[in-house]
Design a protein around this ligand. Sequence first.
Ligand SMILES: [Zn+2]
Length: 121
Amino acid sequence: MDSDIARRSLESARAETTGLIDQMSARLASVVDAAAEETADDEHDPEGSTLAFERGQLVAQIERSQARVIEIDIALERIALGTYGICERCGSQIGPDRLDVLPAARLCITCANTRDQSRQW
Ligand SMILES: [Zn+2]
């Protein structure tokens, strides 16, 4: 796979993901504010639990997105080092189809499947 294409797709995925994190963080801040007001008004307001649920969802989504940004950064670093697209486990080329779907993939499909099945490195 052409590493320039990979880098561009990783960079756009990164921009998209950080944009999402900003949106979700802003939403989270307003949910936290709303929850604080609800609590001040009435501790037993059923709205309160809905807000708490949404807050939990947002925190989980933000954490997943942050983990994704880290994965993307690692992949960009690997492009810079010239090791992008090479399986970290067996050293063979990762298929372009796999990199298309998972641009931050660090294992070839064979190793990824082996790892999923055995949970061993
Ligand atoms: Zn491999």
